[in-house]
Design a protein around this ligand. Structure first.
Ligand code: NAP
Length: 250
Protein backbone atom coordinates (compact mmCIF):
# COMPACT_ATOMS: atom_id res chain seq x y z
CA UNK A 1 0.00 0.00 0.00
CA UNK A 2 1.22 3.52 -0.81
CA UNK A 3 2.28 5.40 2.30
CA UNK A 4 0.71 8.83 2.85
CA UNK A 5 3.17 11.71 2.42
CA UNK A 6 2.85 14.93 4.42
CA UNK A 7 4.64 18.26 4.01
CA UNK A 8 4.72 20.38 7.17
CA UNK A 9 5.83 23.99 6.85
CA UNK A 10 7.62 25.28 9.95
CA UNK A 11 8.43 21.69 10.90
CA UNK A 12 11.77 22.39 12.55
CA UNK A 13 10.42 23.45 15.95
CA UNK A 14 7.39 23.70 18.17
CA UNK A 15 4.01 22.54 16.89
CA UNK A 16 5.32 21.64 13.42
CA UNK A 17 8.05 19.40 14.85
CA UNK A 18 5.49 17.62 17.05
CA UNK A 19 3.24 17.07 14.00
CA UNK A 20 6.18 15.66 12.03
CA UNK A 21 7.07 13.14 14.72
CA UNK A 22 3.49 12.04 15.37
CA UNK A 23 2.89 11.68 11.61
CA UNK A 24 5.99 9.48 11.32
CA UNK A 25 4.73 7.30 14.18
CA UNK A 26 1.35 6.99 12.41
CA UNK A 27 2.85 5.74 9.12
CA UNK A 28 3.37 8.92 7.08
CA UNK A 29 6.52 9.84 5.18
CA UNK A 30 7.40 13.37 6.22
CA UNK A 31 8.81 16.46 4.48
CA UNK A 32 9.92 19.12 6.96
CA UNK A 33 9.89 22.74 5.82
CA UNK A 34 12.05 25.29 7.63
CA UNK A 35 13.45 28.74 6.97
CA UNK A 36 16.66 29.20 8.91
CA UNK A 37 17.65 26.40 11.28
CA UNK A 38 18.75 23.43 9.19
CA UNK A 39 20.22 21.56 12.17
CA UNK A 40 16.90 21.72 14.03
CA UNK A 41 15.04 20.48 10.93
CA UNK A 42 17.54 17.63 10.49
CA UNK A 43 17.06 16.57 14.11
CA UNK A 44 13.30 16.31 13.51
CA UNK A 45 13.93 14.35 10.29
CA UNK A 46 16.20 11.96 12.22
CA UNK A 47 13.43 11.40 14.78
CA UNK A 48 10.98 10.67 11.94
CA UNK A 49 13.43 8.15 10.40
CA UNK A 50 13.88 6.50 13.80
CA UNK A 51 10.09 5.99 13.80
CA UNK A 52 10.35 4.19 10.44
CA UNK A 53 9.43 7.03 8.06
CA UNK A 54 11.26 8.39 5.04
CA UNK A 55 11.98 12.05 5.72
CA UNK A 56 13.52 15.05 3.98
CA UNK A 57 14.13 18.67 4.99
CA UNK A 58 13.21 21.51 2.59
CA UNK A 59 14.52 25.05 3.12
CA UNK A 60 12.53 28.07 2.01
CA UNK A 61 10.74 31.23 3.11
CA UNK A 62 7.01 30.57 2.80
CA UNK A 63 6.39 34.30 2.32
CA UNK A 64 8.08 33.93 -1.11
CA UNK A 65 5.92 32.20 -3.71
CA UNK A 66 8.95 30.89 -5.63
CA UNK A 67 10.38 29.31 -2.45
CA UNK A 68 7.08 27.57 -1.80
CA UNK A 69 7.08 25.98 -5.26
CA UNK A 70 10.66 24.78 -4.67
CA UNK A 71 9.78 23.34 -1.23
CA UNK A 72 6.94 21.31 -2.79
CA UNK A 73 9.18 20.22 -5.71
CA UNK A 74 11.92 19.01 -3.34
CA UNK A 75 9.45 17.21 -1.08
CA UNK A 76 7.84 15.37 -3.98
CA UNK A 77 11.19 14.55 -5.64
CA UNK A 78 12.34 12.87 -2.42
CA UNK A 79 9.14 11.25 -1.16
CA UNK A 80 6.71 11.01 -4.09
CA UNK A 81 3.32 12.69 -4.55
CA UNK A 82 2.02 14.50 -1.48
CA UNK A 83 -1.24 13.46 0.13
CA UNK A 84 -1.31 15.93 3.05
CA UNK A 85 -0.06 19.45 3.79
CA UNK A 86 0.11 21.13 7.20
CA UNK A 87 0.22 24.90 6.66
CA UNK A 88 1.91 25.76 9.94
CA UNK A 89 4.79 28.25 9.52
CA UNK A 90 3.92 31.45 11.34
CA UNK A 91 5.34 34.36 13.35
CA UNK A 92 3.94 37.04 15.64
CA UNK A 93 6.61 39.74 15.55
CA UNK A 94 7.59 41.74 18.63
CA UNK A 95 4.54 42.18 20.84
CA UNK A 96 3.04 45.54 21.75
CA UNK A 97 0.22 47.95 21.00
CA UNK A 98 -0.56 48.63 17.35
CA UNK A 99 0.04 52.36 17.78
CA UNK A 100 3.66 51.58 18.72
CA UNK A 101 4.29 48.84 16.15
CA UNK A 102 7.02 49.22 13.53
CA UNK A 103 6.07 48.90 9.85
CA UNK A 104 8.44 45.96 9.45
CA UNK A 105 6.91 44.02 12.36
CA UNK A 106 3.40 44.22 10.92
CA UNK A 107 4.50 43.66 7.33
CA UNK A 108 6.60 40.58 8.15
CA UNK A 109 3.75 38.99 10.08
CA UNK A 110 1.24 39.56 7.28
CA UNK A 111 3.72 38.34 4.67
CA UNK A 112 4.41 35.06 6.48
CA UNK A 113 1.00 34.35 8.05
CA UNK A 114 -1.30 35.57 5.26
CA UNK A 115 0.64 35.59 1.97
CA UNK A 116 2.71 32.58 3.03
CA UNK A 117 -0.37 30.62 4.08
CA UNK A 118 -1.98 31.48 0.73
CA UNK A 119 1.06 30.44 -1.31
CA UNK A 120 1.27 27.13 0.58
CA UNK A 121 -2.48 26.54 0.23
CA UNK A 122 -2.35 27.37 -3.48
CA UNK A 123 0.51 24.98 -4.10
CA UNK A 124 -1.18 22.29 -2.01
CA UNK A 125 -4.35 22.71 -4.11
CA UNK A 126 -2.30 22.36 -7.30
CA UNK A 127 -0.52 19.20 -6.12
CA UNK A 128 -3.24 17.36 -4.19
CA UNK A 129 -6.45 17.98 -6.11
CA UNK A 130 -7.69 15.32 -8.50
CA UNK A 131 -8.54 18.18 -10.89
CA UNK A 132 -4.78 18.63 -11.42
CA UNK A 133 -3.88 14.92 -11.46
CA UNK A 134 -3.22 14.64 -7.71
CA UNK A 135 -4.47 11.78 -5.56
CA UNK A 136 -6.63 13.90 -3.24
CA UNK A 137 -5.92 14.24 0.46
CA UNK A 138 -6.17 16.93 3.05
CA UNK A 139 -4.79 20.28 4.12
CA UNK A 140 -4.68 21.47 7.73
CA UNK A 141 -4.09 25.17 8.35
CA UNK A 142 -2.73 26.27 11.72
CA UNK A 143 -4.67 29.32 12.84
CA UNK A 144 -4.98 30.61 16.42
CA UNK A 145 -7.69 31.43 18.94
CA UNK A 146 -6.18 34.93 18.62
CA UNK A 147 -8.40 35.43 15.53
CA UNK A 148 -11.41 35.46 17.88
CA UNK A 149 -9.79 37.03 20.96
CA UNK A 150 -8.10 39.85 19.01
CA UNK A 151 -4.84 39.97 21.05
CA UNK A 152 -5.36 43.59 22.10
CA UNK A 153 -2.19 45.11 23.57
CA UNK A 154 -0.13 42.17 22.32
CA UNK A 155 -0.28 41.79 18.54
CA UNK A 156 -3.54 42.68 16.87
CA UNK A 157 -1.82 42.34 13.48
CA UNK A 158 -1.15 38.67 14.30
CA UNK A 159 -4.79 38.12 15.34
CA UNK A 160 -5.87 39.77 12.09
CA UNK A 161 -3.52 37.53 10.10
CA UNK A 162 -5.11 34.44 11.65
CA UNK A 163 -8.57 35.81 10.78
CA UNK A 164 -7.39 35.55 7.19
CA UNK A 165 -6.36 31.93 7.78
CA UNK A 166 -9.85 31.17 9.12
CA UNK A 167 -11.47 32.62 5.99
CA UNK A 168 -9.00 30.80 3.75
CA UNK A 169 -9.91 27.52 5.44
CA UNK A 170 -13.64 27.85 4.77
CA UNK A 171 -13.29 29.13 1.21
CA UNK A 172 -10.71 26.60 0.11
CA UNK A 173 -12.69 23.77 1.71
CA UNK A 174 -15.62 24.71 -0.52
CA UNK A 175 -13.39 25.13 -3.57
CA UNK A 176 -11.64 21.76 -3.23
CA UNK A 177 -14.51 19.63 -1.93
CA UNK A 178 -15.24 18.23 -5.38
CA UNK A 179 -11.52 17.64 -6.03
CA UNK A 180 -10.90 15.04 -3.33
CA UNK A 181 -9.27 17.44 -0.87
CA UNK A 182 -10.55 18.29 2.62
CA UNK A 183 -9.38 21.57 4.16
CA UNK A 184 -9.58 22.21 7.91
CA UNK A 185 -7.88 24.25 10.61
CA UNK A 186 -6.83 23.93 14.20
CA UNK A 187 -6.70 27.01 16.42
CA UNK A 188 -4.21 26.50 19.22
CA UNK A 189 -4.39 28.51 22.41
CA UNK A 190 -1.29 29.22 24.45
CA UNK A 191 1.09 26.40 23.63
CA UNK A 192 4.53 25.80 25.07
CA UNK A 193 6.87 26.71 22.16
CA UNK A 194 9.64 29.24 21.51
CA UNK A 195 7.23 31.64 19.76
CA UNK A 196 6.36 33.35 23.07
CA UNK A 197 9.89 34.20 24.12
CA UNK A 198 10.65 35.38 20.58
CA UNK A 199 7.67 37.76 20.57
CA UNK A 200 7.89 39.11 24.10
CA UNK A 201 11.41 38.34 25.35
CA UNK A 202 9.61 36.84 28.37
CA UNK A 203 10.43 33.16 28.85
CA UNK A 204 7.84 32.91 31.67
CA UNK A 205 4.94 34.27 29.56
CA UNK A 206 3.36 30.86 29.00
CA UNK A 207 3.24 30.04 32.70
CA UNK A 208 2.12 33.57 33.66
CA UNK A 209 -0.93 33.35 31.38
CA UNK A 210 -1.99 29.95 32.69
CA UNK A 211 -4.34 31.49 35.26
CA UNK A 212 -6.49 32.84 32.38
CA UNK A 213 -6.87 29.43 30.77
CA UNK A 214 -9.89 27.40 31.96
CA UNK A 215 -7.76 24.23 32.14
CA UNK A 216 -5.15 26.29 34.08
CA UNK A 217 -2.14 25.23 32.04
CA UNK A 218 -0.59 25.85 28.61
CA UNK A 219 -0.98 23.29 25.85
CA UNK A 220 1.88 21.06 24.76
CA UNK A 221 2.82 20.89 21.05
CA UNK A 222 1.95 17.19 21.07
CA UNK A 223 -1.65 18.03 22.09
CA UNK A 224 -2.03 20.33 19.07
CA UNK A 225 -0.45 17.66 16.88
CA UNK A 226 -3.09 15.11 17.95
CA UNK A 227 -5.90 17.33 16.62
CA UNK A 228 -4.02 17.95 13.37
CA UNK A 229 -3.38 14.22 12.86
CA UNK A 230 -7.07 13.54 13.49
CA UNK A 231 -8.11 16.05 10.81
CA UNK A 232 -5.57 14.54 8.39
CA UNK A 233 -6.85 11.01 8.99
CA UNK A 234 -9.70 9.03 7.45
CA UNK A 235 -11.42 9.25 10.85
CA UNK A 236 -12.21 12.84 9.75
CA UNK A 237 -13.46 11.79 6.30
CA UNK A 238 -16.71 13.83 6.58
CA UNK A 239 -15.06 16.93 8.05
CA UNK A 240 -14.11 19.85 5.82
CA UNK A 241 -14.13 23.59 6.50
CA UNK A 242 -13.93 22.93 10.25
CA UNK A 243 -11.76 24.81 12.71
CA UNK A 244 -11.03 23.05 16.00
CA UNK A 245 -9.93 25.16 18.96
CA UNK A 246 -7.26 23.32 20.97
CA UNK A 247 -6.94 25.89 23.68
CA UNK A 248 -7.78 24.46 27.10
CA UNK A 249 -11.13 26.24 26.89
CA UNK A 250 -9.63 29.71 26.32
P1 NAP B 1 7.79 28.32 16.60
O1 NAP B 1 8.18 27.37 17.68
O2 NAP B 1 8.32 29.70 16.60
O3 NAP B 1 8.13 27.61 15.20
C1 NAP B 1 7.85 28.29 14.00
C2 NAP B 1 8.28 27.44 12.82
O4 NAP B 1 7.93 28.15 11.63
C3 NAP B 1 9.76 27.18 12.77
O5 NAP B 1 9.96 25.89 12.21
C4 NAP B 1 10.26 28.24 11.79
O6 NAP B 1 11.43 27.83 11.10
C5 NAP B 1 9.10 28.31 10.83
N1 NAP B 1 9.00 29.55 10.10
C6 NAP B 1 8.77 30.80 10.61
N2 NAP B 1 8.71 31.69 9.61
C7 NAP B 1 8.91 31.01 8.46
C8 NAP B 1 8.96 31.38 7.09
N3 NAP B 1 8.82 32.64 6.68
N4 NAP B 1 9.18 30.42 6.16
C9 NAP B 1 9.32 29.12 6.55
N5 NAP B 1 9.29 28.71 7.82
C10 NAP B 1 9.09 29.65 8.77
O7 NAP B 1 6.20 28.48 16.52
P2 NAP B 1 4.98 27.57 17.01
O8 NAP B 1 4.55 28.08 18.31
O9 NAP B 1 5.30 26.12 16.84
O10 NAP B 1 3.88 28.02 15.94
C11 NAP B 1 3.48 27.21 14.84
C12 NAP B 1 2.14 27.76 14.34
O11 NAP B 1 1.19 27.70 15.41
C13 NAP B 1 2.20 29.22 13.89
O12 NAP B 1 1.38 29.41 12.75
C14 NAP B 1 1.61 29.97 15.08
O13 NAP B 1 1.02 31.20 14.71
C15 NAP B 1 0.56 28.95 15.55
N6 NAP B 1 0.14 29.14 16.93
C16 NAP B 1 1.02 28.98 17.97
C17 NAP B 1 0.58 29.18 19.27
C18 NAP B 1 1.48 29.01 20.47
O14 NAP B 1 1.06 29.37 21.59
N7 NAP B 1 2.67 28.46 20.32
C19 NAP B 1 -0.76 29.55 19.52
C20 NAP B 1 -1.63 29.70 18.44
C21 NAP B 1 -1.16 29.49 17.16
P3 NAP B 1 12.89 28.51 11.38
O15 NAP B 1 13.10 28.46 12.85
O16 NAP B 1 13.83 27.70 10.62
O17 NAP B 1 12.76 29.92 10.89
Amino acid sequence: MTRPVVLITGGSRGIGAAVAQLAAQRGYDVAIGYRSDRDAAERVADACRAAGASSVVCQGDTARAEDVVRIFDEAQAALGPLSHVVNNAGITGRSGRLDRAEDDTVRACIEVNVLGALWVAREAARRLSTRHGGRGGSIVNVSSVASRLGSGGEYVWYAASKGAVDALTVGLAHELAADGVRVNAVSPGITRTEIHEKSTGDAARVERLSANIPLKRPGEPEEIAEAILFLMSDAASYITGANIPVSGGR
